[in-house]
Design a protein around this ligand. Structure first.
Ligand code: DCP
Ligand code: MG
Ligand code: MN
Length: 362
């Protein structure tokens, strides 16, 4: 959930956007539910302001912007009139920067970062040296070790080259696999934060990527002894393509698995983040849609689904979902799947015109 920096063209209210973006950063480090709401509110306001062709002149004008309520309108006018927000003078921007630095460690979220700050840690060296009683998980330790590598984005050519080391190995395990790159790569971005690989397999011959005949719990009937993902990871480790595990599935005996790790192109390459996802063949459309993103596009598709009384996730589009009237986020049942095999079906059922992956950005 990155706030767009709006570098496209010249925006007549760029100063307002810049100040509100600082507020988003501040509240992103906040601990309360209220902070979460504010991140959402200011992000929506920023998206509304970005669409304006003229300078905001009055609070009425500010209030008329989609996503702007009375409190945000007040802030907008303060920026228009004084050039900045006084509130930002009182927040400790240095502490915000420290929290952001800590969260650059893989496996560290806002909560842990705040704990470390409260304990007295200020730098990555403090963390590295285990000052103030800091203890790292194995994944966090690896995250810290490769901090700079992991926080650098890679050119898409490198993502492509690494994928080309992986795909043939996967197909040599089972030629019927579907293996492809999702995420920012599929959206055509010039650089990628990580490599997201989706794996599934048609079940027309009664087999799946678990490596065993469907509905058969007998290990002697395994077609690939370790299951496709496990065997693939083992081979990629042996070839030095995968270098470190970060998050490994607990139970491999599932069609739906998530693996997170590090990989590299060759011994001179940087350590890059890589995610593998396996899904049941029936869910492939919904999984493609979800893992292609981007996250803001996904949010708007989910919102559209909810407004139509449906529910959308990486498994499918569901109808007849009964929600708690006083808390719409709470579902009383799962509903029935009405689309999941292709992305197009899901767009159609939602009444959203087809968008190519590269168009799926906020
Ligand atoms: N996703 C999502 N919501 C999240 C995280 C992920 O909808 N909170 C979906 C949309 C993303 C996809 O999963 O596009 C892959 O997640 P990444 O974090 O790898 O994001 P991207 O690949 O889009 O960007 P990056 O280049 O930073 O990896
Ligand atoms: Mg990605
Ligand atoms: Mn990813």
């Amino acid at each position: 959930d990155i706030v767009p920096d709006g570098k496209v063209g010249t925006c007549p209210n760029q100063d307002v956007i810049d100040e509100l973006n600082k507020l988003v950063k501040v509240h992103r480090q906040g601990a309360t539910r209220e902070d979460g709401f504010k991140v959402g509110a200011y992000t929506r306001a920023i998206n509304g302001i970005r669409k304006l062709k003229t300078r905001i002149k009055s609070s009425e004008e500010a209030l008329a912007i989609a996503g702007v309520g009375s409190k945000t309108a007040q802030k907008i006018m303060e920026i228009i009139e004084t050039g900045h927000l006084r509130r930002l003078d009182h927040v400790l921007t240095k502490e915000i920067a420290i929290l952001e630095t800590f969260q650059g460690i893989y496996g560290v979220g806002p909560k842990v970062a705040r704990q470390w700050l409260a304990a007295g840690c200020r730098t990555l060296d403090d963390i590295r040296e285990g000052k103030h009683g800091v203890k790292l998980s194995t994944a966090q330790h690896t995250g810290l070790k490769y901090y700079d590598d992991i926080n650098a984005r890679m050119p898409r050519e490198e993502a492509q080259a690494i994928f080309e080391l992986i795909k043939p190995v996967a197909l040599s395990i089972d030629p019927k696999l579907f293996v492809d790159i999702m995420g920012s790569f599929r959206r055509g971005k010039a650089d990628c934060g990580d490599i997201d690989i989706l794996i599934t397999r048609p079940t027309d011959d009664g087999k799946s990527h678990i490596g065993r005949r469907l509905h058969c719990k007998d290990p002697r009937k395994l077609t690939t002894p370790l299951g496709v993902l496990r065997r693939l990871l083992k081979e990629l480790h042996e070839r030095g393509v995968i270098t470190e595990d970060l998050n490994v599935p607990e139970d491999w005996d599932d069609l739906e698995l998530v693996y997170r790790g590090l990989c590299r192109r060759d011994s001179k390459g940087l350590q890059r983040r890589i995610d593998f996802l396996t899904v049941p063949y029936k869910s492939r459309g919904a999984a493609l849609l979800y893992y292609t993103g981007d996250d803001i596009f996904n949010r708007s598709m989910r919102l559209k689904a909810n407004k139509m009384g449906y529910s959308l996730n990486q498994r499918g589009l569901y109808a007849n979902v009964i929600r708690n009237p006083s808390d719409r986020r709470q579902k009383f049942n799962e509903g029935v799947i009405i689309a999941s095999e292709t992305e197009r079906e899901i767009f159609e059922k939602l009444g959203v015109p087809w968008q190519e992956p590269h168009q799926r950005v906020r």
